[in-house]
Design a protein around this ligand. Structure first.
Ligand SMILES: NC(=O)c1ccc[n+]([C@@H]2O[C@H](COP(=O)([O-])OP(=O)(O)OC[C@H]3O[C@@H](n4cnc5c(N)ncnc54)[C@H](OP(=O)(O)O)[C@@H]3O)[C@@H](O)[C@H]2O)c1
Length: 259
């Protein structure tokens, strides 16, 4: 089966890295500048479509209308179009591409490159053979959650943008430990280990204990963790983080109306 990527930036490459070991798949891409040399590039969108059984739309939401206008001019009957584009629903893509292709919307995150994505999945023809194949392929890249489209905006905020929000916390921690005098190249390594260790603990215990219980297991009465947690409470961390997720979710909603 031939997979073609329109756009080969952060997500296009991450998708390719997660799928490239499958011997039954061949890959090509087309992008604005076609500068990447790791896979075959096509000279334009019509050439990519004629190569591809499945076309992955890996462009920014603002570039999608232009790409759909190009795609519309090609023969799309029998093709499958998969869109990870944030905030753009299947109805918009259908309106632009007509009845020909099967459409699938997904929302992965960058961890797909390491087969650790949590990916939302919604096909316009849920029980079609092609939708089942794509779903199975994505399962090799992490977890796949079947999700009604109306929930994609919230899912995108937590699982698509989520890695950036968690890294933002790591960035602040990194700044705070500058005064320890640890070489800058080692700071990120230490922070990565902090995340990894926390993750192992969380993964091992998540089905037996609540997150509040796990936090309780670190905080002792009158101790350092308790002092930090009290500060979170005083500054209303719940409200702050809820605001972050709501802002991301609302942007996702707005992208569809702007497209
Ligand atoms: N990054 C993530 O973690 C993530 C997670 C989930 C979903 N997504 C979604 O994935 C999509 C891509 O995001 P990204 O982070 O990969 O963006 P990106 O790194 O900026 O890559 C965008 C790609 O689109 C190409 N492009 C722009 N205009 C084009 C056109 N007219 N024809 C063909 N190619 C064109 C660019 O070409 P050049 O390389 O030649 O400039 C580039 O390869 C977005 O819609 C985003 O919502 C991203």
């Amino acid at each position: 089966m031939n997979y073609g990527f329109i756009g080969f930036g952060n997500l296009g490459r991450a998708l390719y890295l997660s799928l490239k070991d499958d011997k039954n798949l061949s890959f090509a891409y087309v992008s604005k500048n076609n500068k990447r040399k790791d896979i075959r590039s096509m000279k334009n969108i019509p050439a990519l479509v004629s190569f591809s059984d499945v076309v992955w739309l890996c462009v920014k939401p603002s570039d999608l209308p232009e790409v759909l206008a190009e795609l519309r001019k090609t023969e799309l009957n029998g093709k499958t179009i998969v869109s990870p584009v944030a905030g753009i629903d299947l109805a918009f893509i259908r309106k632009n591409l007509g009845k020909g292709p099967e459409l699938i919307r997904i929302m992965p995150n960058l961890a797909i490159a390491y087969k650790k994505s949590v990916t939302a999945f919604c096909a316009d023809k849920k029980n079609s053979v092609k939708a089942k194949i794509i779903r199975r392929v994505l399962l090799r890249s992490g977890r796949v959650i079947d999700l009604p489209e109306k929930h994609f905006d919230l899912f995108t905020a937590v699982f698509g943008s989520g890695p950036a929000f968690l890294l933002e916390i790591m960035r602040v921690f990194g700044n705070m430990i500058k005064e320890l005098g640890i070489a800058e190249k080692d700071v990120n390594l230490l922070l990565a280990d902090l995340m990894a260790g926390t993750l192992v603990h969380f993964r091992k215990n998540q089905n037996k204990k609540t997150i509040a219980d796990l936090i309780g297991g670190i905080a002792s009465k009158g101790g350092t963790t308790e002092a930090g947690l009290a500060y979170f409470k005083k500054k209303n961390l719940d409200e702050l983080l809820a605001g972050v997720i709501t802002a991301a979710r609302d942007r996702s909603k707005k992208l569809n109306t702007k497209a």
